[in-house]
Design a protein around this ligand. Structure first.
Ligand SMILES: [Zn+2]
Length: 319
């Protein structure tokens, strides 16, 4: 069994790890490296550590672009195998990869205008919307805690990582033909802190021989208690009293839905007066639709909310 770090090692973003076992090449994540344009293009365009045609399958931990964003390029460069992911990850990838393609295309349009002025030849985007759409056909959806054989002597199982909708830690149960030993390897993906407003807590996975672990915030201490409702109630309450307006810059996926749910609760509990709320992002609106389709990812509180036929992410006054 051999493991190679092809990204997100010594740096953040561009998560790609190549596992070679029993004559099979398994790629864990296929993220986009997000750095300065020129460096990023070099790193992302040509897969310097392997040939996409030689990869047998991809296992994807979650839909964030630094973990999934180079899949359309991998597929258009000759990867033909399955991409294993949870149902919610696949659905989020549908909108997030399309959005990423849109960014690649508009970025190149802008760059080509500048190159033309300098008399230089135009460049191609890393991938386009059609590539993003095409790679979705290679997805195979797997539910949490369902064993799925993906290669000779290799079975995977997803466990909730509590990071974003559909996020998973990947357990690989390996029957290594090289030394005849059974091994349990865990790829953590990105791990949530738990006690999340909407998601399940990360599931502890036991009896692991090898852990491949993200450590982006490994050197930092976070405040205890990540729930935002008290602070939001204070800030909004004060601004509303003054007749002010509040602008909340927000990631389109996860954070927007989390904020909407918190606002819904604050209005319902009459902790703040009901005011109009506007979500100004097509990606966030599309993501919210996908959130509603995946109750399997929600904690008990949100599920109870849904059970009473209430929409956690929608309320009167929301545009
Ligand atoms: Zn992430």
């Amino acid at each position: 069994m051999k493991l190679k770090f092809c990204g997100a090692a010594g740096t953040t973003t561009g998560s790609q790890h190549l596992l070679e076992v029993n004559g099979t090449r398994i790629l864990l994540d296929c993220g986009l490296y997000q750095g300065r344009r020129k460096d990023a293009y070099q790193v992302n365009c040509c897969f310097p550590h392997f040939d996409p045609k030689d990869i047998d399958c991809v296992v994807l931990s979650h839909a964030h672009i630094d973990h999934s964003g180079n899949l359309p390029n991998l597929c258009s460069k000759g990867f033909e195998g399955n991409i294993y992911a949870t149902f919610a990850t696949r659905d989020l990838c549908q909108i997030m990869l399309a959005d990423s393609a849109h960014i690649q295309e508009s970025d190149v349009r802008w760059l080509n205008k500048k190159l033309k002025k300098k008399g230089k030849p135009p460049v191609e985007p890393l991938y386009n919307k059609r590539d993003a759409e095409k790679c979705l056909k290679q997805f195979v959806n797997v539910g949490y805690d369902r064993p799925m054989p993906i290669a000779p002597g290799v079975t995977i199982r997803f466990f909730d990582a509590g990071h974003i909708l559909g996020s998973a830690q990947i357990l690989l149960e390996i029957d290594d033909q090289e030394d005849g030993k059974k091994k349990r390897m865990l790829f953590s993906g990105d791990v949530g802190r738990g006690d999340n407003d909407i998601l399940n807590d990360p599931v502890p996975v036991k009896d692991i021989d090898y852990v491949l672990m993200e450590s982006t915030y490994g050197g930092r201490e976070h405040e205890l208690g990540t729930r935002a409702d008290d602070r939001i109630a204070d800030i909004l309450g004060e601004a509303i009293k003054r007749g002010g307006k509040i602008i909340i810059p927000c990631f389109a996926v996860e954070r927007t839905q989390q904020i909407l749910y918190v606002l819904h609760q604050l209005f319902e509990d009459k902790r703040i007066p009901e005011v109009p709320v506007y979500v100004d992002s097509p990606l966030a609106v599309n993501a919210t639709e996908i959130f509603r389709l995946h109750p399997e990812c929600f904690n008990k509180e949100v599920n109870d909310f849904l059970y009473e036929k209430r929409n956690p992410f929608g309320f009167e006054g929301l545009t």
